[in-house]
Write a protein that binds this ligand. Structure first.
Ligand code: MN
Length: 208
């Protein structure tokens, strides 16, 4: 029974990139995307699965666990996996699905909340630029008010509003841009606006 439980347990898996690794050049290089996806994202998937296996093993053995430490790691790894899984399809090659301005319901939502796309862009940019250390900027929707809101996530799991639906994310960990932009996070954020896949973001909104 124990073995069967182990083999049928569902695991996290690294999703493939929705485009070729060089598709976002020159905004993001093939090398930068490859390392980010194949090494860093994979690391969170591997880490989350390892954390779950430790839980499972301890249950089978009836062993004690340091729950506080383990759950902190698990939250970090699952957060990393979920956010990266949202990140890759948030982008598309510039001029081929990426860049420009949003349309559809998303454009209306942004207009209603921020008054203009440029005001939203400025606030999102500032949220991303000012993350202390490693983290993310995210556009999310509040399920209580139906209003969009910007989250500034530290690491992968701090300052996340529970149950808010995330529509769009920008990774501003140094591992996301250091090969291409060194310490110039601002240049990376500027480049990101040229590859945002607004159709994907709009579809996420319409599927809430
Ligand atoms: Mn990352």
């Amino acid at each position: 029974m124990a073995v069967e439980m182990m083999t049928t347990q569902r695991k996290y898996e690294l999703p493939p990139l929705p485009y070729a690794a060089d598709a976002l050049e020159p905004q993001i290089s093939k090398e930068q995307i490859s390392i980010h996806h194949d090494k860093h994202h994979q690391g969170y998937v591997t880490g989350a699965n390892a954390n779950l296996e430790r839980l499972e093993k301890a249950r089978q053995e009836g062993a004690e666990l340091d729950m506080k430490a383990l759950l902190k790691e698990l939250s970090f790894n699952i957060g990393g996996h979920v956010l990266h899984t949202l990140f890759w399809p948030t982008m598309a090659p510039a001029g081929r699905g990426g860049g420009g301005t949003p349309g559809g319901a998303l454009a209306d939502l942004i207009e209603r909340e921020w008054g203009s796309f440029n005001r939203f862009k400025a606030e999102f940019t500032k949220a991303a630029a000012s993350v202390e250390g490693s983290g993310w900027a995210a556009l999310a929707c509040c399920p209580i008010t139906d209003r969009p809101i910007i989250m500034q996530i530290e690491k992968h799991n701090t300052n996340v509003y529970p149950s808010f639906r995330i529509l769009m994310v920008l990774d501003v960990w140094e591992h996301a841009y250091y090969l291409d932009y060194q310490n110039n996070r601002g240049q990376f954020i500027d480049a990101f606006w040229n590859v945002v896949n607004w159709d994907t973001v709009d579809k996420r909104l319409e599927n809430i």
